[in-house]
Design a protein around this ligand. Structure first.
Ligand SMILES: O=C[C@H](O)COP(=O)(O)O
Length: 335
């Protein structure tokens, strides 16, 4: 097995990554920029439709991309029946996401591969922080009345503060969809500004719930407003909308990240989430990141995938790569 290709794949963007990246400081709401924001739907659809035919990676290179993807997963559990025990098991998986024998066979046994983060409700933040002590894996908390975001504004701010106090290093907020649907960009900007301030040193991911926003133009504008208000990441979905992450919505959001970077110099991260459970799907998102934004955006500080079951399929694909056989999903249940 060409270990070199795998390690190269897994590290591919590392060399380009600067040691320290300034956080997006935001900027005043720019209404003129917003009103000029458009999405050419048919061009976007064509661009996304041609991707699978044009882009594919095989064998060692694919294994490298998939290992890289593992380091970008926000390993998530967001169910009403979550328990501390389930969260602790998930944390154990985050620390050792791929079976050691598979990593050894790929020449990656010496590398410390972990997921990008764990993502849980506030109630489990303290337990997750405790379970991940010493691992360097951050805990992300969904917040602000996730998933609908319809609790009072001051309650949202208190929720953020409580999760940060419990040790969350990342906060995934949900925006008020009504602000987008009524074109009240000032209200969206103000709420996002408050969220960012309440997060303090914790990084904030703005969940747009794109499946609720009706048009790609709304998605593009909401992306821009959240970045202007200081979002560190923009994220597609809670996983609870009828339609969650898609390549089309991704393209619209990545184009706004690019425009924002061109104009301000700030690098904002991207997190597709919801319904991403197949290894081939995460490759599509990685290809889009690389083609639209460049290799720097393949690193976990700028790319995360919110997923509760993706890891199981990646581990299965890697097992097939190593052994030539597929195992049953129930052998990878936690992922
Ligand atoms: O933010 C992450 C999502 O809630 C995960 O969604 P999923 O369970 O469909 O993978």
């Amino acid at each position: 097995m060409a270990v070199h290709a795998i390690t190269q794949g897994a590290r591919q963007a590392k060399s380009a990554a600067p040691a320290e990246m300034p956080r997006n400081a935001g900027m005043p709401l720019d209404e003129a920029w917003l009103s000029g924001t458009r999405v050419n739907l048919s061009a976007a659809e064509r661009r996304v439709a041609t991707l699978p035919g044009r882009r594919s990676v095989k064998k060692d290179a694919q294994a490298g991309w998939l290992l890289k993807a593992v380091t970008c997963i926000d390993l998530t559990t967001l169910s009403g029946d979550d328990t501390e025990g389930r969260v602790r098991r998930l944390c154990a998986k985050a620390k050792n996401p791929i079976r050691p024998d598979l990593l050894d066979a790929m020449g990656m046994g010496e590398r410390r591969i972990t997921t990008g983060a764990i993502c849980v409700y506030h109630r489990f933040v303290a337990a997750a922080v405790d379970a991940l002590k010493g691992s360097g894996i951050p805990v992300a908390a969904v917040s602000t009345g996730f998933p609908a975001g319809l609790v009072p504004h001051d309650v949202k701010l208190r929720e953020i503060e409580a999760s940060v106090a419990d040790g969350a290093a990342e906060i995934d907020i949900v925006i008020t969809r009504e602000h987008v649907l009524t074109g009240n960009w000032q209200a969206l900007y103000d709420e996002m500004r408050d969220f960012r301030k309440a997060c303090g040193h914790a990084h904030v991911k703005a969940i747009l719930a794109t499946g609720d926003l009706k048009t790609l133009r709304n998605v593009a504008k909401a992306s821009l407003v959240c970045m202007m208000a200081g979002a560190d990441f923009i994220k597609t979905s809670t996983g609870k909308e009828g339609v969650n992450a898609t390549p089309l919505v991704t393209l619209a959001m990545l184009r706004e990240i690019r425009a924002y970077h061109d104009r301000t110099g700030f690098l904002v991260g991207y997190k597709p989430a919801g319904g991403i459970s197949a290894a081939k799907d995460v490759l599509t998102y990685q290809f889009l990141m690389k083609e639209e934004l460049g290799r720097r955006w393949l690193e976990p500080d700028l790319f995360r995938v919110g997923a509760s079951s993706l890891l199981a399929d990646i581990e299965r694909q890697l097992e097939h790569h190593v052994t030539g056989r597929y195992s049953a999903f129930n052998r990878h249940a936690v992922g």
